[in-house]
Design a protein around this ligand. Structure first.
Ligand code: SF4
Length: 294
């Protein structure tokens, strides 16, 4: 029999569920062993085990059973007062079950005045992303800079101009691809986003990638690559090599801002992009031998 939640834990649970609802997750899963408990327990909420990536469905699959929260629980967000519980599945799998997810819905869920992490304090405009919602190629950067923060669009400053040149050298235009960042608000002084900020904002990036379902993801810089690959290894360990992100080909390369400071690295980036072009069947713009600075 499960342990009843204290009022403090009920409030914590309500807050957690509200956050999950914000990012579009309305169904939760736990393994069959914990289905014996008729009341949601601390473990069912606090443990990441039911949501861990790579979890497999026990066999035979058991029909979901609703679990009611303790009657003294504070009001929960709509449609979260009864949680269907099925055999274990990962958070990613749960997210994949969200029907009708689209960039518009994700943007609406995120809102234009998000305060979920401390980056909102210095933000002028939230930068959700821009481009073709059905793009075969998605570029993921780290976070908005000053120009992006002012305009509410990704990669529009000097580094953005270089990225545009890179895209055009591949034989594409910006409107053909989708461009977004790990965090949607500018970190102060253009510092790298911190762990808690990445953890809070990146679920929206994951939903964007799910909704677009590109053939190839290009990570610009280490933060984007480390976030999607869930690694602490430096980008030099895997830059230029094909990696996998949930079944999608992922190429990590240097951030255009790095290329502005280190133009000699442009040749390496161009080699990486040529590998992407080969997968996408792109011939490249005639005469483009390398990525030229603006
Ligand atoms: S960075 Fe993301 S989570 Fe943080 S305030 Fe901006 S939109 Fe919200």
């Amino acid at each position: 029999m499960g342990e009843r939640l204290s009022t403090a834990l009920q409030e914590k649970l309500a807050k957690r569920l509200s956050f999950y609802q914000d990012i579009g997750i309305e169904f939760f899963y736990r393994d069959r062993a914990s289905q014996q408990q008729p009341v949601v327990t601390v473990d069912a909420v606090g443990s990441p085990a039911p949501f861990s990536p790579g979890a497999t469905l026990p066999k035979p699959f058991q029909k979901p059973q609703p679990v009611k929260l303790a009657s003294a629980a504070p009001p929960l967000p709509r449609r979260l007062d009864v949680l269907p519980v099925v055999a274990g599945a990962s958070l990613f799998e749960a997210m994949n079950k969200i029907a009708d997810d689209s960039l518009l819905k994700i943007q609406a869920d995120l809102g234009s005045d998000c305060t979920r992490c401390k980056l909102h304090r210095g933000r002028t405009k939230l930068v959700f992303g821009d481009g073709n919602p059905k793009a075969e190629l998605v570029f993921v950067g780290e976070g908005p800079g000053r120009d992006e923060d002012q305009q509410g669009l990704p990669f529009v400053g000097r580094a953005g101009k270089l990225l545009t040149q890179m895209i055009e050298a591949m034989g594409l235009q910006r409107k053909d691809v989708y461009i977004c960042n790990v965090v949607k608000c500018r970190p102060p002084e253009n510092r790298a986003p911190e762990k808690d900020e990445v953890e809070t904002c990146s679920p929206f990036l994951l939903r964007q990638l799910d909704a677009i379902a590109p053939k190839v993801i290009v990570c610009l810089g280490s933060i984007a690559a480390q976030t999607l690959l869930e690694t602490n290894r430096g980008i030099s360990h895997f830059r230029g090599e094909w990696m996998q992100f949930r079944g999608t080909k992922l190429m990590a390369t240097y951030h255009p801002a790095y290329l502005l400071r280190n133009p000699s690295a442009k040749g390496e980036v161009w080699k990486d992009l040529q590998k992407v072009m080969a997968v996408l069947g792109l011939q490249g713009k005639k005469g483009s031998q390398t990525v030229k600075p603006s």
